[in-house]
Design a protein around this ligand. Structure first.
Ligand code: AHR
Length: 527
């Protein structure tokens, strides 16, 4: 592949196949919230609670912004916080709940979290999920908790109202069980930063103990065990141990990846110098795009591990429950903002997840509000960053099956080979959606489409995320500087050898979703 040059208009051929490759689970559009920085306290849960707010603490405008990204699943309460959290602190009348030191992130720890007042607890989380139509995912405390405590949590959440903890839940206003399916056993448990960190052998025993106790309460739950967080030399050892010793009792393996975090040397293309990403530099822009390759390699390695070490006949999926760009260790943990460049990184990640869907059924961007966050919310303003707009575009337009797409074009001007145009094509009924991420900073792409086996109607819709400035942020003052542009597109379709062909121009550093109305069949030609 040749590198493209600045200012070029790049011709790229895109061929979309007619046979669906695999289903695309909606659980790939998941989110994550944690008691950390301004994610919950001061973000989701307002510092000044008021009766006009949802549940007395969530700003109505934030509920709307969260709803707009159509969250399929939301993971809670951490993250690192989960391994120091005792859930019984967060139920019952709010004024009676204890105030605690946030052991993972609190003022005496890493100075990135407030003292925890526990006003947002299990019922607030689950009722917010109900309001948003999202499926909750809960991380049990493996670091400083016990299997019995986790089993009690399952009973509080899923038990009948006649059971001990189920009756407590009913007393707290929710007689119906919440029926939470996904339960995580700890978080990043092999890292020395994690409360109660364990080695893989010990953790495998812990997993068996927790899974048994929790399933005694509810047999229907799905268990997610920790795998590695970030690429590490120990990756294969960790995965072979956990899958070998506890693979029979788990359903998913949890993995994490953050691009360009200066404190994780293993993030490959990290910056080392805090704040360097803030520079409007072409080099930084392309380094961020190139970090997608490191993420892809990490995911392929994890997939290979699962294929190699999961017990014979047992399907274990990966739960990629934390990923995002993350530049500044401290400040992004309190409250971050993401610009258009970051949104293109996120869109490319979603395309990647589509391709890996059979092995990667669960993914959660980290995090939903403020912390490394895609929605920004405070008492001053609430708005979606361009990354949240990416989630709107995908969840509103992606079909439930993936089609093959082949791209023939140049790569970015970078030492690591990254194609300039990244494509994913999905099918849902008679709507064929093509997601095109033009990652080139300066060059427009002239796409020559060939859609095999479908008759494409000339009238289509173009949904675009673009701004002249690739480094543009939405801010309190300009909350809609980067917005979604929807417009009708009239395509010059010609039919050739059983394929519908047409050209489409795509601006530099943009995400374009082309929503096509299609009918079958045009007889696809043999390739
Ligand atoms: O998302 C912030 C933190 O990053 C999470 O708590 C942890 O799991 C990861 O290291």
């Amino acid at each position: 592949m040749e590198n493209s040059r600045k200012g070029d208009s790049i011709p790229i051929s895109v061929t979309v196949g007619h046979e669906p490759l695999h289903p695309l689970p909606r659980t790939q559009y998941g989110h994550f919230i944690e008691h950390l920085g301004k994610c919950i306290k001061g973000g989701i849960w307002a510092e000044n609670e008021s009766e006009g707010m949802f549940l007395g603490g969530v700003r109505p405008e934030l509920v709307e912004q969260m709803r707009a990204v159509n969250p399929s699943v939301i993971r809670y309460p951490g993250g690192c916080f989960a391994d120091g959290y005792h859930w019984k602190d967060g139920i019952g009348p709010r004024d009676k709940r204890p105030r605690r030191w946030n052991r993972a992130w609190g003022k005496l720890g890493l100075m990135t979290g407030p003292i925890e007042d526990n006003h947002f607890g299990t019922d607030e989380f689950l009722r917010l999920c109900e309001e948003l139509g999202a499926e909750p995912q809960i991380t049990a405390n493996v670091g400083s908790g016990t299997a019995a405590e986790a089993a009690d949590w399952v009973e509080y959440v899923n038990g009948p109202s006649g059971s001990g903890w189920g009756a407590e839940r009913a007393k707290n206003g929710h007689p119906e069980p919440y029926r939470v399916k996904y339960w995580f056993l700890g978080n990043e448990i092999f890292g020395i930063h994690e409360i109660g960190h364990q080695n893989p052998q010990t953790y495998a025993k812990t997993v068996r103990q927790y899974a048994e106790a929790m399933r005694r309460v509810d047999r229907a739950i799905k268990i997610v065990a920790c795998g590695t967080f970030m690429p590490t030399r120990k990756r294969e050892h960790i995965h072979s141990t956990v899958l070998g010793l506890a693979g029979d009792v788990i359903d998913y393996l949890s993995i994490h990846f953050y691009a360009t975090n200066p404190i994780f040397p293993s993030s490959f293309l990290n910056y080392q110098i805090l704040g360097r990403h803030k520079r409007r530099s072409t080099k930084v822009y392309y380094d961020v795009m190139a970090s997608l390759r490191a993420q892809e390699t990490y995911l392929s390695n994890c997939i290979e591990d699962v294929h190699k070490y999961a017990p014979a006949g047992k399907k274990i999926g990966l739960s990629f429950d934390e990923f995002n760009t993350w530049y500044s260790f401290y400040s992004d943990l309190v409250a971050a903002n993401q610009n258009l460049r970051d949104a293109l990184w996120v869109a490319s990640s979603l395309n990647m997840f589509h391709r890996l869907a059979p092995d990667l059924p669960l993914t959660n961007i980290s995090q939903m509000v403020n912390v490394v966050g895609i929605i920004v919310s405070s008492h001053r303003a609430t708005f979606s960053t361009p990354s949240a707009l990416v989630y709107r575009i995908y969840t509103e337009n992606a079909g439930d099956e993936l089609l093959r797409s082949d791209v023939d074009g140049p790569s970015l001007p970078h030492k690591i080979e990254v194609p300039a145009l990244d494509v994913s094509a999905t099918l849902g009924g008679d709507k064929l959606s093509v997601f095109l991420v033009n990652r080139h900073l300066d060059a427009e792409v002239v796409t020559n489409f060939s859609i095999d086996g479908f008759k494409v109607e000339p009238s289509a819709e173009r949904i675009e995320l673009h701004h002249n400035d690739a480094f543009k942020y939405n801010t309190n003052k300009e909350p809609e500087a980067v917005t979604i542009d929807r417009k009708p597109e009239n395509l010059a379709v010609t039919v050739k050898d059983g394929s519908s062909c047409f050209p489409l121009r795509v601006p530099p550093h943009s995400l374009t979703c082309l929503a096509l109305n299609v009918t079958r069949p045009l007889r696809p030609h043999k390739r």
